[in-house]
Design a protein around this ligand. Structure first.
Ligand code: SPV
Ligand code: MN
Length: 616
């Protein structure tokens, strides 16, 4: 073994009795040449060690509230970098136009050269985690090598410890591994951002990430593992989704109904999972498998939240706000710091006129090189927190069997097409809804925001199998179930003349309506696009939940069927899907049927926009 791996650390590795783990660690010690290697098994001492180092090496800074720290990512490293993230393919492998791919041989050569000596003078952390609950048929062991104490600290909060899971492997090689180097740091941030690379090696269940710190690019177990797991799930006939997992319980009823929900990044996923009075299991990634009873069961892959902090305020997100303002372990990232306190956009109070942010020292009026004002905090500023710290954590958070999923929600950022909530007719129609998901881009990925983008199942960025196969796996999944979850679509972003037609807190009413539909508490209006809520039921829900009068006018504006826009969307999607290989015929059948229903409705009512009252 290398002289940098001392006896104490080597023994920790040897105790796993796994030659594959030893080979991986050895390979990257030789390549990256760290001056020191620390093997961490997840003990309290190990966790404290990483926290301390993150502060010492300047990747994090302490804040005034005990347990709070701040981390900054580089100015050009503020979101997932879809351009520099590539799935590596061997000759003959093909994934389709929507997945950014690279030639495996060429990319491996490049990445090995970037990693060569990348950790000279640095410490390499060897970390073991479990994707999913420990001792569970859902879970996948994961090995992370990184030279970033911020990445290690984030993973310690976000993922369940996995050293013992590796023992359970009994020497086997069924684990994912991740090699990350932040590269040279300047003022605590990755300096060589033009050489940022994130390479997904699906043929070896491993991922490389260099010259980046932003968690969506660097934290192996998050979006990088999601990509490997999608391929594994497809191979093994289960689903790996970009979804939250939560329990919904209407007050006064002694039941918990579990929902998963897929939303593109920064479109209300975390805030849905954190709706007041409900319980959260996860906000980002789930594994779903059929249970023995024929229901779908899901687990949260993570145990923490890396959530968007913009607009978290006492009014709109009281549970998160409360959690973020009390002493506990939290990493804030890319917020504004003034007098050791964090500030963010939309927090419900005045922001200081100066401080430190992702651009360095900041004061009001500071401009970027293109002369645009630099915001006080980044729009993709985030917080990292453990779910068990939250008052609304679901008691089954770590249950190895998962929880039964009764409803699946798909949401997007759509200003002019879909109503706030609609239920699909059945599972295949639900697959149509999720396959046709479109959303306006946000600050969660680098590049222009507000551009409408096709994003099936809110998972397109992470696919490592062809889209047609992925959609087919959703259609097929139902065949393995005796009781399919109901499928819903939500849209919190509908506008009229640039003004939102809904309040942010309305999502609680939609959730409770969906919950009630699962238990046959509500009837529904049958429309060309699915089942819509009845006015009376929403009136009743708004009254009980918010003591608010819900007017006919609000209902009419929100729930009108916008035939022309819906038809235009179907046409756009059809054009995209036609260019892809082997999209299931069922999807084209569903599109045609939905088009015909919309055209017939348009003709019947001689209008492009049909009031929901017309369907009674
Ligand atoms: C998302 O962008 O969907 C996130 C944050 O959940 S990231 O880690 O960047 O993926
Ligand atoms: Mn996400």
């Amino acid at each position: 073994m290398s002289p940098t791996l001392d006896k104490k650390n080597l023994t920790k590795l040897q105790k796993l009795k796994n030659r594959h783990v030893l080979a991986v660690v050895k390979k990257y010690i030789n390549l990256c040449q760290p001056h020191k290697v620390t093997v961490l098994t997840g003990s309290a001492k190990d966790l404290a060690y990483v926290r301390k180092l993150a502060l010492e090496n300047g990747e994090e800074h302490p804040l005034s509230t005990p347990g709070h720290t701040v981390h900054f990512d580089g100015y050009f490293d503020q979101g997932r970098d879809t351009q520099q993230t590539k799935v590596l393919l061997k000759k003959g492998q093909k994934l389709g136009d929507h997945i950014n791919c690279g030639k495996r041989k060429v990319c491996l050569k490049e990445i090995f050269s970037l990693l060569s000596g990348a950790m000279i003078g640095k410490e390499m952390f060897v970390l073991f985690y479990c994707l999913g609950p420990q001792r569970s048929r859902f879970s996948i062991p994961a090995l992370q090598l990184t030279d970033s104490s911020y990445v290690a600290h984030s993973e310690n909060i976000l993922y369940r410890p996995g050293y013992n899971e590796f023992k359970r492997l009994k020497g086997g090689n069924k684990f994912f591994h991740f090699i990350h180097s932040a590269g040279i740091l300047k003022n605590g941030v990755s300096k060589n951002y033009p050489l940022k690379r994130i390479y997904i090696d699906i043929n070896a269940d491993r991922i490389f990430s260099v010259n980046t710190q932003y968690a969506g690019n660097s934290v192996g177990l998050k979006k990088l593992a999601l990509r490997l797991a999608i391929k594994k799930a497809h191979r093994e006939s289960w689903l790996c989704e970009h979804m939250f997992l939560m329990g919904a319980s209407p007050s006064g009823k002694k039941r918990v109904t579990y929902f998963t929900g897929a939303f593109p990044s920064a479109c209300g996923k975390t805030s849905t999972a954190m709706i007041s009075g409900q319980t959260i299991l996860g906000d980002d990634i789930v594994y779903i498998r059929p249970g023995k009873d024929g229901k779908a069961y899901a687990v949260n892959v993570e145990q923490g939240i890396f959530g968007i902090i913009e607009n978290v305020n006492p009014l709109d997100d009281p549970s998160i706000y409360q959690a973020l303002t009390a002493p506990r372990e939290i990493i804030f990232s890319n917020v504004l710091i003034h007098k050791k306190n964090p500030y963010w956009l939309g927090m419900g109070k005045q922001l200081p006129a100066k401080g430190k942010n992702f651009s360095g020292r900041w004061r009001e009026g500071k401009k970027d090189i293109s002369d645009n004002p630099i915001l006080p905090a980044h729009r993709n500023a985030r917080y990292t927190i453990s779910i068990k710290e939250l008052k609304n954590a679901d008691p089954h958070l770590n249950h190895p069997a998962g929880v039964p999923v009764m409803g699946i929600i798909y949401g997007g950022r759509d200003s002019d097409t879909s109503p706030p909530v609609v239920q699909s007719f059945d599972w295949p129609h639900g697959v149509l809804i999720s396959s046709c998901l479109e959303s306006e881009t946000t600050a969660a990925t680098l590049g222009q925001t507000g551009v409408r983008k096709f994003n099936p199942m809110a998972n397109l960025d992470f696919l490592t199998i062809p889209l047609g196969q992925y959609i087919q796996s959703h259609l097929d999944f139902a065949r393995r179930l005796k009781k399919c979850p109901l499928v819903f679509q939500t849209n919190y972003f509908l506008k009229e003349n640039g003004v939102y037609l809904n309040q942010k807190t309305d999502k609680k009413v939609w959730l409770l309506w969906m919950e009630g539909r699962i238990h046959n508490d509500f009837k529904a209006e049958i429309t060309p696009i699915g089942f819509l809520p009845r006015y009376e039921d929403l009136t009743c829900l708004f009254k009980t939940v918010y003591q608010r009068k819900y007017t006919k006018n609000e209902y009419q504006k929100q729930f009108s069927i916008r035939c022309a826009n819906l038809l235009a969307k179907l046409k756009r999607i059809k054009t995209i899907l036609r260019k892809e290989d082997r999209i299931p015929a069922e999807i084209f059948k569903q599109i045609t049927a939905q088009q015909q229903r919309l055209l017939a409705t348009q003709q019947k009512f001689h209008s492009d926009i049909i009031s929901p009252f017309c369907f009674r």
